[in-house]
Write a protein that binds this ligand. Sequence first.
Ligand SMILES: Cc1cc2nc3c(=O)[nH]c(=O)nc-3n(C[C@H](O)[C@H](O)[C@H](O)COP(=O)(O)OP(=O)(O)OC[C@H]3O[C@@H](n4cnc5c(N)ncnc54)[C@H](O)[C@@H]3O)c2cc1C
Length: 476
Amino acid sequence: MSQPLQYQQRLNDGRNVWLHGEIITDIATHPDFRGTINTIDSLLQLQTKQATKASLMYQTDEGKSAHLSYLIPRSKEDLAKKRQAYQLWADETFGVMSRLSEYSRSLITGWYANRSAYASTHPEFVKKIEHYYRQSRDFDLLSTAAGHDPQIDRSKQHRSDNSTILHVAKKTEQGVFVKGAKMIATAAPYVDELLIFSYHRRSEKEKAFANVFVVPTNAKGLQIVCRESFAKQDITDHPISSQFDEMDAVLVFDNVFIPWERVLVYEDPDLAWKLRTDRASALLSQHQTVVRLVSKLESLVAIGDELAETAGVTAFLHVKEKLAELIIQLESIKALLYASEQKAAFHNGVLLPDQDSLATARNLGTRFYPRALEIIQQVGAGGLLQSPSQTAELNGPIGSLLKKYYKGTHTSAKERTALMKLTWDLVGSSLASRHELYERFYSGDPVRTYAVQYNTYQRKQQLIDFANLALNKGEK
Ligand SMILES: Cc1cc2nc3c(=O)[nH]c(=O)nc-3n(C[C@H](O)[C@H](O)[C@H](O)COP(=O)(O)OP(=O)(O)OC[C@H]3O[C@@H](n4cnc5c(N)ncnc54)[C@H](O)[C@@H]3O)c2cc1C
């Protein structure tokens, strides 16, 4: 593979990105995509700027510069460095861009870091992940991951003859041809590569669906079908939607060829599940998601506070209670993030953040975020819509009237309008609703992720046996 082109040039590679019934031929200049592309480009540029380079990059053993998401942590300082790198990008984007590739890169890094666990049973996988990790890291490839089958009929999900589920249609000496679909691949139109895996455990009967592979976004036969775009053009009136709509897509594989070196798992339910639940891969990627959640909650705390100030409602007891609840959310997740690093433990020579802390943070996030949006609505109330359709109206024919009625306690009409536009974009716009759904579901169905936390919590080791303690005391 030769050195890839600059980010924006790479996008024009013949990928089939479908929006409104058409393939978008030049997504870098398309109004529904260019704002987000410019954002990603500017984040990538931070990797070479003097002031930010050291916070985002590290030197590999081969002397190359690589993003810190690829660093294999061997110390608490390494974990802190990774956190700071994730935080830098997350803070630049109010925590709303979740798939800036650190997540999927962490999955790949985890598999690579933990490869010794697979050496004796799956040497082929080890060779492939070593090659792919280096390629992804050294070429700074952007990627996203998709693991879910299309919804269609969940009651028939596990039928082994279900042809809608992604499977190998043909096997050749060079590789496999795959057919089927995956949902949802956030950020798919913007990245170089897609990491495809099976989220659910497959039985031996369903081995046809137990595949893991990496595919370039422009693979022949791959259709990237976008949802409606929530992107807006005007940064003043839509500061979030104009810059940070990551896009969600369904991936339809219509006989897509995957060469063997990129097929990490072929029809092997046991290995597919081992990778899906691999400790290093899971914990490194979850660490990133919690860092991002902190940024997102922090932006809501700061905005909620400013909303209350500008409306002169901070003295009301219930408003203080609600703003405190936002602070409690933020500080709880932050504490869990730091706890995950403090309680980090070695696993096959890799220092991994603590599972219970990260699982608690992620599961709480599914309930905290919708509640945070509710609080902002309760505090902002009708004021959230007390803003003109366009900020420019403040300078129009009735501008002087608007300036009188649209100001806040300590803010001009222009400043207050900017705050309301920002808040609405975060809590009331189409993109805001998408984010509520995202936080509820991005890491899996919360009903089942809570159950997983119950199943995996080491109750015997973590808990004092109070039940028997009482029994023993009673018997004495
Ligand atoms: C905005 C957004 C972005 C996303 N981005 C990505 C991404 O980039 N990559 C990725 O891999 N995934 C992504 N996801 C997918 C996400 O992981 C899934 O949505 C999530 O795992 C839930 O699965 P589902 O949507 O198929 O819901 P379903 O599994 O279809 O569930 C629907 C309802 O039925 C219930 N249900 C269904 N089956 C069962 C069962 N067996 N037991 C108990 N209850 C059941 C659920 O509790 C739920 O209430 C994204 C999701 C959203 C909303």
